[in-house]
Design a protein around this ligand. Structure first.
Ligand SMILES: [Zn+2]
Length: 275
């Protein structure tokens, strides 16, 4: 059954309670976060729109200038390249995998739009202690795009409306409004539990073939636990950090990952370059 047919049946069955497919549809709905109505091309197009939305709002998303920050950019982009070189990232040759740094020390966050536009906050870079930790978090964010979680979440949130609106072109009021809404939801990281666990798992899968400590992402959650005060909003909706640390470490062990590289010294030198 195609996804379009599934949604068509779902609409019909909402009105006909005796629909023969009702049971089947109920089961399918439990797996709703696996359905993606967007094509790869639509995700890439949406990613470009979100990117331009982000980069035209310097107040909300102050992009760190490339000039004067060449070494920091090279370092963070180098991490992305190592992750892509693992050979484990889906859509590696299709998506953009561009990296920009957002100059905001108060925000402990990173995110990746559909189509692979990656944004890392200076707050996150400064908060972490070593390169494997940042690689772990970036691997997690890259996984959301590579595994097309964004398209799947948007499908769940907006359903058929997205297809209709996105197909009407770029300039309609509705399309602009929808892109704004989607941008806000992507930056807010409203992924399902399943998607979060899958992204954690892929972070290990990406880091394992290289020299990194493959459980780098666990370092981020450990630091978050140690931090006093309330966790950032995006973390409170994620699965329990304790379970995530355990799952990430167990996954790395089960996969037989032997890398131990943390590059702590290089990392702290890079951090000092950020004023
Ligand atoms: Zn996530």
């Amino acid at each position: 059954m195609t996804m379009k047919r599934l949604f068509f049946l779902l609409t019909v069955c909402t009105f006909l309670s005796s629909c023969a497919d009702a049971q089947f549809l109920k089961k399918m709905l439990k797996k709703a976060d696996e359905i993606n109505l967007l094509t790869i091309e639509q995700e890439m197009d949406l990613g470009k729109k979100v990117k331009s939305e982000i980069e035209s709002d310097a107040k909300k998303y102050p992009i760190l200038p490339e000039k004067g920050n060449e070494k920091v950019y090279a370092y963070v982009r180098g991490i992305t390249q190592k992750i892509l070189n693992s050979g484990k990232v889906a859509n590696k040759d299709v998506f953009a995998w561009e990296v920009k740094i957002i100059n905001d020390d108060k925000t402990l966050n990173a995110f990746c739009t559909p189509g692979g536009y990656i944004y890392v906050y200076t707050g996150l870079i400064k908060f972490l202690d070593s390169e494997d930790q940042l690689a772990g978090v970036m691997g997690h964010e890259i996984a959301h795009a590579a595994q097309r979680h964004t398209g799947r979440s948007i499908t769940q949130a907006y359903g058929l409306n997205i297809l209709l609106t996105l197909l009407t072109g770029n300039s309609t009021k509705q399309s602009v409004q929808l892109t704004k809404q989607i941008t806000a939801s992507i930056v807010g990281l409203k992924f399902s539990r399943n998607h979060e666990s899958e992204a954690d798992e892929h972070s290990v899968i990406y880091l394992c073939p290289g020299n990194y400590n493959a459980a780098g992402a666990a370092g981020f959650f450990k630091k978050m636990q140690d931090k006093s005060g309330a966790p950032p909003e995006f973390l409170s909706t994620h699965p329990d950090p304790k379970n995530r640390i355990k799952d990430i470490e167990e996954r790395a062990k089960a996969m037989g990952c032997t890398g131990t590289t943390t590059n702590s010294e290089e990392y702290s030198r890079m951090k000092k370059l950020l004023k």
